[in-house]
Design a protein around this ligand. Structure first.
Ligand SMILES: [Zn+2]
Length: 380
């Protein structure tokens, strides 16, 4: 079988859509007007992603406030925040360029999603002529909605975690029911869990194992056949062309991450200094049998934070090197991250989100072509 390839999920939102989101937050345009702009951006995303030759497409998350907050709030500005939440909870991350992204906080139970990702899948499928994938948020991220130390009155942490696992399972199951062929879970907090950043207390609480255990509570609700198409994405962040945990030794995460019983992993690698070591670690730690499913390592061969477009030859050469450490039947190709996980993102290194969109499609095309070349060279 040729080496499979798929994207993580997001694309930069066109500047016109970002302006519309801000105008909606200010009450200047209606919900219908915002949705018309989202419809337009989704259509453009799907058509252009299909043109790259990739077998599976996403809507680029053009309707989502962010990869992490789509179940909770309509916009990043906070319009439509779920009733049980309040603004200004824990920092999700403090990025290297000093900008921060903050989660809301849970003020009362029971915890329920306001929006399930299946809604995006249905709308994407109405446009797409190719199969559709959807990224969802991992429970380990939403776990941070609960205060780190205090208890929410009348809603113990354990009850919250039980409800959270139910909601995540429902989110994934509904995506498949809506016709998604692949569902990947965003797990960007995995590497950050070993950062020990005093400005962001949860990163010093050694939470990686708790994250993995919680994610497995969701995985364990799916059969091996279902988990073949459930992935996990890891990265050191990718927002406003900046990262949050690239300096954390990767092995701390990679030596544990494959304990998650997922069928495939979308693994940032292109922006690593020592890529061969990452291939080696993935070859060493990924499992041939994760409770009935072989784990496929989709290695990042494209850096969405860098405007330079990788060539198909470069992609091919990385995959051929990777295949010396990872069995080719368990090797795939992806991008290091979504191209814009948060809806409001000016893509500073690119100069504009519109230019960054053009670059993103060129990069995906290179990945598709380079992966094809690697399959040919490796005879698969
Ligand atoms: Zn990412």
């Amino acid at each position: 079988m040729p080496i499979p390839t798929e994207n993580v999920g997001s694309l930069p939102r066109p500047s016109a859509l970002q302006e519309a989101m801000n105008a909606y937050d200010r009450g200047e345009i209606s919900r219908d007007e915002l949705e018309a702009k989202q419809d337009e951006a989704c259509r453009d995303s799907i058509e252009r992603m299909e043109a790259t030759g990739q077998w599976v497409v996403t809507d680029g998350e053009q309707r989502e406030s962010s990869f992490a907050t789509y179940p909770l709030t309509d916009t990043l500005g906070g319009t439509g925040l779920a009733d049980t939440l309040a603004p200004e909870g824990q920092y999700f991350a403090i990025f290297d360029d000093e900008h921060v992204r903050q989660l809301p906080r849970l003020v009362t139970g029971p915890f329920k999603y306001k929006t399930y990702a299946a809604e995006f899948v249905e709308k994407a499928r109405a446009i797409a002529t190719k199969p559709v994938k959807q990224a969802v948020i991992a429970p380990s991220m939403l776990m941070l909605l609960y205060p780190l130390d205090e208890e929410v009155p009348g809603y113990p942490r354990e009850q919250f975690l039980d409800d959270l696992v139910d909601e995540c399972e429902k989110d994934i199951r509904q995506c498949f029911q809506a016709g998604a062929v692949r569902v990947s879970m965003d797990f960007t907090e995995g590497r950050l869990a070993n950062k020990n950043d005093s400005r962001n207390p949860w990163t010093g609480r050694d939470m990686l194992q708790d994250f993995i255990d919680l994610n497995n509570r969701v995985m364990d609700r799916f059969t091996a056949a279902e988990r073949q198409d459930i992935g996990v994405h890891t990265c050191p962040g990718g927002d406003r062309d900046s990262v949050h945990s690239a300096e954390v030794p990767y092995e701390k995460l990679l030596s544990k991450m494959f304990d998650i019983n997922a069928g495939y992993f979308l693994i940032q690698c292109a922006s690593e200094r020592d890529r061969e070591n990452v291939y080696k670690l993935c070859g060493e730690y990924s499992r041939v049998d994760a409770y009935g499913v072989p784990q496929v390592c989709f290695m990042g061969v494209i850096d969405p934070l860098n405007p330079r477009v990788e060539t198909p030859e470069e992609v091919k050469s990385e995959l051929v090197t990777a295949s010396t450490h990872i069995p080719v039947e368990r090797l795939g190709a992806t991008d290091d991250c979504g191209f814009s996980p948060f809806s409001l993102d000016e893509k500073p290194k690119h100069g504009s989100p519109d230019f960054a969109r053009d670059i993103a499609f060129q990069k995906i095309t290179s990945r598709v072509q380079g992966t094809h070349l690697a399959s040919q060279e490796l005879g698969v």
